[in-house]
Unconditional design. Structure first.
Length: 323
């Protein structure tokens, strides 16, 4: 009906603002006391508002993580650079002593410096030091000698290392298994440093002989074919040892060389096949007597050194060492 104002009764549970005694203009909250004028004591606001308003409480400003990300990025770059450097040049991680364990002469003083260190290590029977001085791919003679280092004594450096390009030869006078012999060692230069690559055992003392009574047949002292005959003789010795014929081996030994005969017979009786580490070497004395030497490695890792000469007119074995 026009001009008629329709009113509705209040809905249950809803009270219009300002209808609560003691709190005009602000609704009371169940369970909270009313205060005159609808005000709460200073510092107390049950609705979490400040200043009597309804604006939400402001959060503290977030801290910037820009600096953290910069630090992490720089750290990652440093780690990557370290890994790349370690891969390309792993030696930078090692000190001078550790580099020696790679089979190089850490002193960098040339072949003679390594020869002195090698002499000291041999004389002191220092297995660890010898392994450090050995090349990564040293021959079986080097490995066998290190394994038998307890039998080495009285080590002396004979002369200086004779350099020839990236190799050098140095000689040591030693007592090995009670016999005076010569360790003829080959040194190799690797990456501006030197290491111990090979070893040949030479007889230190050759038997005296009277060449005036020696017939001048093939292979005799001073004959032009002596070296060829001597090498062929050593091939026969090796073949006989590998066959296991101890009686035939004994017949190839010079008269009176009982320890040499015993060593050859022992090598022949083991059933081991020996292979020469390299060609035979030879050296003639002032009387023309030619000594030929050969070092061999067995398929069981053992070593055999043989020396023969033609001091009696024909070649015979005057030195043999098996270990």
């Amino acid at each position: 009906m026009e001009g008629t104002v329709v009113t509705y009764p209040p809905q249950p549970g809803h009270q219009p603002q300002g209808q609560y005694p003691g709190n005009p203009g602000f609704p009371n909250h169940p369970g909270l006391p009313s205060y005159p004028g609808g005000q709460y004591p200073q510092g107390h606001d049950p609705y979490g508002t400040q200043g009597g308003g309804w604006e939400p409480q402001q959060q503290p400003p977030k801290k910037s993580r820009t600096g953290l990300w910069v630090v992490l990025s720089l750290t990652a770059v440093a780690v990557v650079a370290f890994v790349i450097t370690a891969f390309v040049a792993p030696g930078f991680l090692l000190d001078d002593d550790s580099k020696g364990s790679q089979g190089t002469n850490a002193d960098g003083g040339g072949a003679q410096a390594l020869a002195v260190r090698l002499r000291d290590a041999l004389d002191s029977r220092d297995t660890a030091a010898l392994q450090e001085l050995a090349c990564p791919r040293a021959t079986g003679m080097v490995e066998a000698t290190i394994a038998e280092i307890s039998e080495v004594s009285d080590v002396e450096l004979v002369g200086e290392a004779q350099e020839n390009g990236d190799t050098a030869v140095v000689k040591f006078g030693v007592t090995f298994y009670g016999e005076p012999i010569t360790f003829e060692s080959t040194l190799t230069e690797r990456d501006d440093s030197w290491c111990w690559q090979d070893l040949a055992i030479k007889a230190a003392i050759q038997p005296e002989s009277d060449t005036s009574a020696v017939p001048g047949g093939p292979g005799s002292p001073g004959s032009p074919d002596a070296a060829e005959v001597g090498e062929a003789f050593l091939d026969e010795v090796v073949s006989t040892v590998n066959s296991g014929d101890t009686a035939a081996v004994a017949s190839l030994v010079c008269p009176g060389m009982d320890s040499t005969k015993g060593n050859l017979e022992d090598a022949a009786s083991r059933g081991v096949t020996y292979t020469a580490d390299g060609p035979a070497t030879s050296e003639a004395d002032e009387d023309g007597v030619l000594s030929v030497d050969l070092t061999l490695t067995g398929d069981d890792g053992s070593a055999l050194s043989i020396a023969a000469d033609n001091g009696d007119g024909e070649f015979c074995v005057y030195h043999a060492l098996h270990y």
